[in-house]
Design a protein around this ligand. Structure first.
Ligand code: PRP
Length: 175
């Protein structure tokens, strides 16, 4: 897809190479026992499917939907669950799989929600991290790439529901 408004920030090749590394690292960190990947809809679905296939061991999958009340209000922390898990995570090893950590409001909230369900352990895997945007503390245990503060689309990330299916992560220039 050629679009003059798009500039590649992380290429498909770099994404796939990094995901293979992360898959090997997570597999080594969890050699035995059950392991759940929880995908935060919708943006993380591409990362989830590639990361799960990069694993050297069995992994179970579940999905969660989260809604924030407008990005400009995100510092208010108004977050709610729109689709909950199908499974109980009590006593399980859990990895939350996200496409991007921006203000940290979503994941900070989610860690509190899921912690109350008494998982054995819980960590975060995020393909992209914008640390300079952080408003709430979030520890990203498995980070793909740290990027600067530009509006990015592709590989799951959207602008008004467009561009999710790009192979690359691209900066979207304002029109
Ligand atoms: C994005 C992303 C995270 C959240 C990160 O989701 O997938 O869930 O924003 O932002 P934060 O760190 O500032 O909370 P979005 O609300 O765009 O939904 P989508 O994945 O369905 O596009």
């Amino acid at each position: 897809m050629t679009d003059p408004k798009l500039t590649v920030v992380v290429s498909s090749e770099k994404i796939q190479t990094r995901i293979r590394e992360l898959g090997a690292q997570i597999s080594a960190d969890y050699p035995t026992g059950d392991l759940y990947f929880i995908c935060i809809l919708k943006g993380a679905c591409f990362f989830l499917t590639d990361l799960a296939r990069a694993m050297k061991r069995d992994v179970s999958l579940d999905f969660m939907g989260i809604s924030t009340y407008g990005k400009e209000k995100s510092s208010s922390g108004e977050v709610r669950v729109t689709k909950d898990l199908d499974i109980s995570i009590e006593g399980s090893n859990v990895i939350i799989v996200e496409d991007i950590v921006d203000s940290g409001v979503t994941l900070n909230y989610l860690m509190h929600v899921l912690d109350q369900r008494k998982p054995r352990s819980i960590r975060i895997a995020a393909l992209l991290d914008k640390p300079e945007r952080r408003l709430r503390p979030v520890h990203v245990h498995y980070a793909g790439f740290q990027i600067e503060d530009r509006f990015v689309v592709g590989y799951g990330l959207d602008h008004a529901e467009k561009y999710r299916n790009l192979d690359d992560v691209c900066a979207l220039d304002p029109e």
